[in-house]
Design a protein around this ligand. Structure first.
Ligand code: BGC
Length: 744
């Protein structure tokens, strides 16, 4: 869907800078030019005001006070020599005030339209205080749930991440910034950050070029083609060259191959960090390396400010190169309409009036819809869910996350507010009829404590209830930047708490809020249903309550594979076949191996001896209250000439008793390639409502460009040969057929 030849590329047309911008540039002193390339921490100090007045600052970050921002913009536009407004940057990652599910949860919705709406709302709310640039979307492919930043990603798949990334860019920016409350987006972190060794943040990455091109680049290429205003360089070291000093990435790929016309900002002090990496020997060397690589703006560190003038004097770089970076930045300011705003100094009254526009009812409704669609039903023994509240006298609600408006918001919610957030307890109290009693106990003080003082009360609650809803997982601090984990079991005493509650014999519905996939295998046999809610945001409680009580059916699908054990990581669905693929016949468990077995007798396959080779839950998986039967997968032809599109038809019947939406996924496998191909690749998907007892006939049109991959010569090509195709409700399916693409 997003290949280089076919995408409509908004960014690839070289901009013709306006007369205003060219004229401004012609009047700029060098120090003002370097100022445009510098982003500094925003604050209310006289020192910053003075720097802005002198034109030494192009952008501020992390200031959200509406009056301070208004004052700074006023100074920039009315009191500096050239009157250039500021870019005001902030991490608006999954909402500003109204918080939507974490991006990994948003990806689980497989609903790009809703993701776009959410980003539009987030941008609108942020723009009310004067923010005009967000550092989102994060479109790093993430195959390692130990990595805390998987929470911020759209998961492991290049196509899903591309579609979600583009949806966010379009939501934030509007149609070429025509939306007045649109803000600039930033595709980050270019590139490969998600492959940090052992899932530790900021660690080394080693990714072969072919894998970069086929797996890690596509979401960035898609964002560039969709017109994302800016790119951010990653902190990480890629094959020995940290991204912020990597000319091949920033120049050869981004500028030359993709013809990207927006600007590139470094990550936080990542230019200064080139020296810490051991790539450069001084701040001056760092500035030269980063600037030469193609980083236009420096975030927070000051190597450009300190050194670009000297580097120019020494002829190590040219003023023309500096001008190009300045032009890109001024061009964005102009596109955002920043030159056309008057920037009066804000007064308290008008800023209060603006703030009243936060949490609009219709925006909260979008937050609820997205939370609802992002929840994934992983297990539903005996159809425990949905609860029939009419038939119940008492429901037990237990767990540290059941009544905590803050923790359900998740990571990266600088501006989110606990008071606005509705926890599950409050939502159930609102929704349950008076005839049902809701018994509540916290069970544990938080998700990671070892203190079990509260458990006795929880057991009493379970004993006096007909069914128990356990709300467990990870508090928000346990995922996000620099918050990586080496173990992925439920932390603290939660496993033990489940054991105690299970011992009461009551049916258990486990709701998990977490920033990543957890290793749930050890607890699955103790609970009946598992609803995975990620960190669902402001409206998490009402969304989960609706699902539990059957107002809606769960319809989220996993955007990332759930391992059985940490040792399986990285485990992802689009793996290679290998020369000795794991199969049921070939795989053995060490418990079944006789003593003194010879080395080569058994299990010569790509697997572990101490766990099954499959994941716990595969990519794309998610149950529903509906029951979907997929049949009659047919293609319009068997053999396709080069360029012909492949028309796929499938029938899906909801044989269950509930109307429900299903995410229908189309996968392919290219059986033979000049480089080996993944065992399955998602190509398209559709979210469709199918009422109980009804059948839907679904059509997909697969373009041959979607079969293209970077071959051994790093060329994007479709290779003739046989392909398998599957259409199903997850990446595991037997409903398959095949087709041939003939040689030209
Ligand atoms: C993160 C970026 C973020 C930046 C600004 C960095 O530490 O890696 O994702 O946008 O800070 O807050």
């Amino acid at each position: 869907m997003f290949t280089s030849e076919h995408a409509h590329s908004l960014n690839s047309v070289p901009p013709r800078y306006s007369d205003r911008i060219n004229h401004l540039l012609s009047k700029m002193h060098l120090v003002e030019k370097v100022g445009q390339l510098s982003q500094v921490m925003g604050n209310n100090s006289e020192e910053l005001e003075q720097d802005v007045r002198q034109g030494l600052v192009g952008s501020v970050i992390n200031e959200v006070d509406v009056n301070t921002l208004a004052k700074l913009q006023h100074i920039a536009t009315h009191q500096s020599r050239l009157g250039i407004p500021l870019l005001v940057g902030r991490d608006v990652i999954h909402g500003f005030k109204t918080i939507f599910p974490i991006p990994l949860g948003q990806a689980a919705s497989w609903d790009p339209e809703l993701v776009k709406k959410a980003a539009k709302i987030a941008g609108k709310e942020a723009s009310f205080v004067g923010i005009n640039w967000t550092f989102a979307p994060m479109i790093d492919i993430s195959r390692d749930p130990r990595w805390g930043r998987i929470a911020e990603s759209f998961g492991e798949d290049p196509v899903l991440s591309s579609i979600m990334g583009v949806a966010m860019v379009e939501g934030f920016q509007g149609d070429n910034f025509q939306n007045p409350s649109g803000i600039a987006a930033c595709a980050k972190h270019f590139v490969g950050y998600g492959a940090s060794e052992s899932g530790r943040d900021y660690c080394t990455t080693n990714i072969p070029e072919n894998e970069l091109r086929n797996i890690y680049f596509p979401p960035f290429k898609a964002a560039a083609d969709a017109g994302v205003a800016t790119f951010m360089s990653s902190f990480s070291d890629l094959d020995g060259l940290p991204a912020s000093g990597n000319k091949w990435l920033m120049d050869s790929i981004l500028r030359k191959e993709w013809n990207y016309q927006g600007f590139v900002v470094s990550d936080w002090e990542s230019i200064a960090q080139l020296q810490i990496h051991g790539l450069t020997e001084s701040p001056e060397h760092s500035a030269l390396t980063a600037f030469d690589a193609g980083i236009d703006m420096e975030m927070v560190s000051t190597t450009y400010r300190q050194n670009l003038a000297t580097l120019l004097e020494n002829k190590q770089l040219s003023e023309h190169e500096i001008d190009q970076s300045v032009l890109r930045i001024l061009h964005l300011k102009e596109k955002l309409g920043l030159f056309d705003i008057d920037y009066p100094i804000e007064d308290g009254q008008s800023s209060d009036a603006r703030k009243q526009a936060f949490y609009a009812n219709e925006d909260l409704d979008v937050a609820k819809q997205l939370a609802l669609k992002s929840c994934v039903l992983l297990q539903n023994k005996n159809r425990t869910l949905p609860l029939n509240s009419e038939a119940l006298n008492a429901i037990g609600l237990i767990g540290p996350l059941a009544d905590d408006g803050y923790e359900q918001l998740g990571t990266w919610i600088f501006d989110g507010e606990e008071e606005a957030s509705i926890p599950l307890k409050q939502a159930l109290e609102n929704e349950l009829s008076r005839s049902v009693t809701l018994n509540y106990a916290k069970g544990l003080q938080n998700t990671r404590t070892d203190n079990i003082d509260l458990v006795d009360d929880a057991i009493k609650v379970a004993q006096s209830s007909d069914v128990v809803i356990l709300c467990l997982g990870e508090e928000s601090f346990l995922s996000g930047e620099a918050h990586c984990r080496a173990e992925l079991d439920l932390p603290g005493k939660q496993h033990w708490l489940i054991e105690q509650i299970a011992a009461t014999g009551k049916p258990i519905v486990l709701v998990i809020m977490a920033g990543r996939p957890l290793t749930l295998e050890p607890i699955l046999n103790m609970v009946d249903s598992v609803l995975y809610a990620w960190h669902p945001g402001t409206m998490g409680g009402p969304a989960i309550a609706d699902l539990i009580l059957g107002e809606s059916s769960p319809s989220g699908k996993l955007p990332v594979t759930f391992p059985r054990k940490v040792g399986q990581i990285p485990i992802y669905y689009n793996q290679k076949h290998t020369g000795k693929p794991a199969t049921e016949e070939q795989c053995i468990h060490m418990d079944d191996v006789p003593e003194r077995s010879p080395q080569t007798s058994l299990g010569m396959a790509a697997t572990h001896l101490d766990t099954h080779f499959s994941p716990l839950y595969e990519f794309g998986f998610g149950l529903s209250y509906g029951e979907f039967e997929y049949t009659h997968l047919v293609l319009d032809k068997h053999s396709y000439a080069p360029g012909e599109s492949i028309n796929v038809k499938v029938t899906i019947k909801n044989v269950g008793r509930y109307d429900a939406e299903e995410v229908i996924q189309l996968y392919i496998r290219d059986l033979v390639g000049s480089v080996t191909r993944p065992v399955k690749e998602l190509k398209q998907f559709k979210r469709v409502l199918i009422c109980a007892g009804k059948e839907a006939v679904i059509y997909f049109k697969l373009e041959q460009s979607e079969l293209a991959f970077y071959n051994r010569n790093m060329q994007l090509e479709v290779e003739a040969g046989t392909f398998h195709v599957w259409v199903s409700g997850s990446s595991k399916s037997n409903l398959t057929t095949e087709f041939i693409v003939t040689k030209p």
